[in-house]
Structures are given as C-alpha cells and as structure tokens.
Design a protein around this ligand. Structure first.
Ligand SMILES: CC(C)(COP(=O)(O)OP(=O)(O)OC[C@H]1O[C@@H](n2cnc3c(N)ncnc32)[C@H](O)[C@@H]1OP(=O)(O)O)[C@@H](O)C(=O)NCCC(=O)NCCS
Length: 316
C-alpha cells in the first residue's frame, strides 16, 4: 500500500467513496471541487489517498473547520471503500493523520460518523474519540404534506408584523446580501454545536452560500419587518437528486422568537418545494434542539438515522 498526497485527479474516486458512505444524498465531482476551491486559504487543509496496486482504496482529510473559532481545533475524516475494509487501510490513514496532528501540536480533533456504522464508531473509540454530539437526520415526504392544514402557521407572520419573502423577491433591496448574511450569522451562533463557532465573513458567505451551485434565490425565505430588516431565515438547498432538497439554516432573530415565525417560514418553504415537484426534503438537527425539532415533528418530518460527532481532546 502507498499513502500519498491527494491530487485533483483523485476527486472522482473520493466522490465515489463519499456516495458509498452516505447513500441519502449524491455528491458530484463539481460539488467536491467547489468545496475545495472555496475553502479559506489561510486555514490548514491536507488530504491523503491510500492506493493498492494502482487502485485508490481510501482517503483522509485533516483540516481546520472554516466555521471554527479556534485555530487549534481540527477535523478529520477518513473513508475506505466498503469492499476494501478490514485490511489495515483505515489504520494507515489514521496513523498518517495523527502524525500530522502531533506535528501541529493539535489540542482538539473532531470527526463524524453514522451511528449505525458500528465498526467505524468502535474504530474511532479505540483511537481515543468519544461522542460529543448526536445529530438526528429526518425527512418529510411532501405527498403527505398538505399546506392547507398549516394555514394558521403561515398567519403567524402577519400577527408578528412581518412578511415572508424569497431572496428573489427581495431583488429590489440593494442590501439583501448583507442583511441575509447578518441574519445567517446571528442564527449560526445559536445553533447547538460541540465546537465553538466563528462568524462567517461576508465574502465567505457570498462564495459558499450565494455562490454555491446548489443555491436557488427562490428557496431562501426571509421574514422581513416593516423597516425592511430581516428577522427570520430558512433555506432549502438544491441537490443532485431531481426531486430532493436539503434544509439549510433556519433561524429567527432573538427579538422575534416564540411567535411562530420558524413555523411560518418552514411552511412557506415546504409549500413552495411541493409546488415545484419536490418529493422529499431532509434536514439534520442536534438532538437537544428542542424548539426546532418540535416544529419539524409537527410538520411531519420522520427521523431516519443519527450522525455522531466525536471528539478527542488533549495532546494528540
Ligand atoms: C429554532 C428557532 C428557529 C425557533 O424559532 P421560533 O420562531 O422561536 O419558533 P416558533 O415560535 O415558530 O416555534 C417554536 C416551537 O417550539 C416549541 N418550544 C419552545 N421551547 C421548547 C422546548 N424547550 N421544548 C420543546 N418545544 C419547545 C414552542 O412551544 C413552539 O411550538 P408550539 O407553538 O407548537 O408549542 C430559533 O430558536 C432559533 O433561531 N434558534 C437558533 C438557530 C437554530 O438552532 N436553528 C435550528 C438549526 S438549523
């Protein structure tokens, strides 16, 4: 076996392995390269591949999270092709990652896995990782969702004195990008996570959200107050599956919480998705995010799996 630095020609193999691991979505080489291209250059990032007889059988990345507040906090993810597991490739990749982390005197490293992938969870535990956060993944089949049953929820926007508008409908507002960014940033700070989250600078928001190949102006919904300020946000991302969308951030300004705005925003988003022929919308939420989960369960989302975020702290 050889372990060598990743090269752009390895992208297709990596994407194949990623899709094998997460069967609920579909990543493309274009997505993979876009994520690499828009990663902050000043943050640490390395990727290795492991090959056997000229065949790529696994890869691992080790990096600072773009979203992380601390430069000493690292993330890692290793994937080995399913047909090539239990042959020592994962161990070799993990050794390589640990050597990099030790050299950088990393104090904290996180990884994420599917709870049902018990072998991989045990592998991470043996290497010193412990579960820090559990994230529920759920989805709604829009054939079962009748927007008329939620007319009262849409009415919460009127009652709170706000209008729900899409980013496309706000094209007349010269500040729409900055205001959407401000609402996004404020919301992200309050999403429960293990790692401390940093503000996302406007330029990065423009590149990674507004500039994403999956961004659609008609599926970013904002709650607009009478002064034209944005006090609520929910987004549906396009996917590579024709009838599926993924929920991005949902957030309501602290001043406007508890008035039903998350409910109104999500009904508007799901009703639109259904009207354009989308069949499934999925989402993921920290298991402790009681407010968001309460809204999702009432809408009809059904849990289907759990992601584990695992952490190893101290000198690696
Ligand atoms: C989650 C969030 C969007 C909810 O916004 P909101 O406008 O306050 O939500 P709503 O008023 O529409 O509805 C909240 C629901 O949660 C329920 N709720 C509130 N606290 C709760 C708790 N501790 N346990 C269970 N349910 C709770 C409310 O009762 C309400 O449901 P009900 O009216 O049917 O009883 C908001 O708290 C937020 O911006 N959080 C930070 C960002 C975040 O975590 N987003 C989710 C991840 S993407």
């Amino acid at each position: 076996m050889t372990i060598r630095p990743y090269e752009i020609e390895d992208a297709a193999d990596c994407v194949e392995m990623a899709n094998e691991d997460d069967t609920t979505g579909l990543t493309t080489v274009e997505d993979f390269l876009h994520r690499d291209k828009t990663r902050s250059k000043e943050l640490f990032f390395q990727r290795f591949v492991v090959a056997e007889g000229g065949r790529t059988v696994g890869f691992a990345s080790v990096f600072n999270g773009d979203w992380s507040a601390s430069p000493d906090s690292y993330y890692t993810r290793a994937l080995v092709r399913k047909s090539d597991r239990s042959r020592g490739y994962g161990r070799a990749l993990a050794d390589q990652v640990e050597a990099v982390l030790a050299e950088r005197k990393a104090q904290e490293v996180r990884t994420f896995l599917k709870e049902h992938d018990e072998r991989s969870v045990r592998f991470a535990e043996r290497r010193g990782f412990a579960v820090e956060q559990r994230v529920t993944r759920s989805q709604i089949e829009l054939e079962q969702f009748d927007p008329n049953e939620f007319a009262e929820w849409l009415g919460y926007a009127d009652k709170a004195g706000v209008r729900i508008m899409t980013y496309a409908e706000l094209a007349h507002d010269p500040d729409r990008a900055r205001k959407a960014h401000a609402m996004h940033d404020a919301g992200m700070m309050d999403v429960p996570t293990g790692d401390a989250v940093a503000e996302v600078p406007f330029d990065r928001y423009k590149k990674t959200v507004l500039g994403s190949p999956h961004f659609d102006e008609r599926t970013l919904f904002l709650a607009v107050d009478p002064d034209g300020d944005y006090v609520g946000y929910t987004q549906l991302w396009g996917s590579n599956l024709p009838a599926k969308m993924h929920t991005g951030l949902t957030a309501v300004a602290r001043s406007h919480r508890g008035k039903g705005l998350a409910k109104a925003l999500k009904v508007a988003a799901l009703a639109h998705a259904k009207s354009i022929g989308i069949k499934i919308v999925d989402t993921e939420n920290d298991e402790t995010n009681a407010r968001m989960l309460a809204v999702n369960w009432k809408l009809g989302f059904q849990a289907f799996e759990t992601d584990l975020f695992m952490v190893k702290k101290g000198e690696i």
